[in-house]
Design a protein around this ligand. Structure first.
Ligand code: PAF
Length: 282
């Protein structure tokens, strides 16, 4: 496994791969790798000849400085995990490589970011859009792999690729969960024991809401009940619990079993912000 830090380092390997007709798969990450990331890596290994994992904690997608500063950095153990998966390259750029200068452009994803994460994390998707574009330009992958847990992020990246005619196939990999159902996230390692226990409210409310909707209960009643459930958990604070179209990201006020729908949730457990989602009608 080669660890590369700059565009120049990678260029040589890229040229070699292209000359020998090898397909390149990219798994963009911010490090602090868990089994969810490794699922992306395994999928990339199945679907590409050469697998590159990037590790870069992207400052421009954090709307909260404290969250950025506390983002876990576990580079050494990340590299061990990737080496065990027989990854070919790990791209670990420094900030100057990605941002030699502060970007001037601003990517506006319109309707796609007027709900959910877009509302609660202003500027977040601009930062994601910029860094993903840069990673695609630097690595030039044929395929890129992203997790379903960040459902709205997958939507904006699909739009980015479409609007800018990028030649990258996007592969979305299902959410990996802990045995008790909590969606894997690099932020989970910062939860205290009590916060970890109460964090199950995210997946439990998604499952409960899905069952109730499918049993015929009105969405507004379901949503109100879930808000009350959150109020009973002293360490949990709900940001949103919404029924949406999983590609357009428009909010529904009623459930219709003939329309594609997913429920998305975001909540704080103490100071740690977690998100999750569950398809109702895929
Ligand atoms: O999902 C993530 O880890 C990040 O948003 C990504 C796609 C690596 C961009 O920084």
């Amino acid at each position: 496994m080669q660890v590369v830090h700059t565009r120049a380092d990678w260029h040589e390997y890229w040229l070699r791969s292209i000359k020998s007709n090898k397909s390149i798969g990219l798994v963009p990450t911010m490090g602090a790798l868990h089994e969810g990331h490794l699922d992306l890596v395994r999928k990339a290994k199945e679907e590409s000849d050469v697998v590159v994992v990037s590790i870069f904690v992207n400052p421009t997608q954090f709307n909260n400085q404290e969250d950025f500063e506390n983002y876990p950095n576990t580079l050494e153990s990340d590299l061990d995990k990737l080496s065990n998966e027989n990854v070919d390259f790990v791209f670990v750029p420094d900030t100057k490589t990605i941002y030699p200068e502060k970007p001037v452009i601003n990517i506006n994803f319109g309707e796609l970011e007027r709900v959910l994460e877009g509302t609660f994390r202003p500027g977040h998707f601009n930062g994601v859009g910029i860094v993903v574009s840069k990673l695609f330009n630097l690595i030039r992958p044929h395929k890129a792999f992203f997790g379903q847990k960040d459902l709205q992020q997958t939507g904006i990246i699909k739009q980015l690729v479409k609007d800018l005619s990028m030649e990258v196939d996007l592969i979305i990999v299902p959410t990996r969960r802990e045995e008790d159902g909590l969606a894997m996230s690099s932020r989970n390692m910062r939860l205290s024991t009590q916060e970890r226990n109460q964090s199950l409210i995210l997946i439990n409310s998604l499952i409960k809401a899905k069952q109730e909707l499918l049993a015929g209960k009105q969405w507004f009643e379901v949503q109100n009940q879930i808000k009350c459930d959150f109020e009973e958990k002293p360490l949990a604070s709900l940001e949103y619990f919404e029924l949406i179209h999983p590609e357009r990201f428009t909010r529904y006020s009623k459930f219709d079993e003939n329309q594609k729908s997913s429920i998305c949730v975001a909540a704080y457990l103490g100071k740690i912000r977690l998100i999750d989602n569950l398809p109702i009608i895929p």
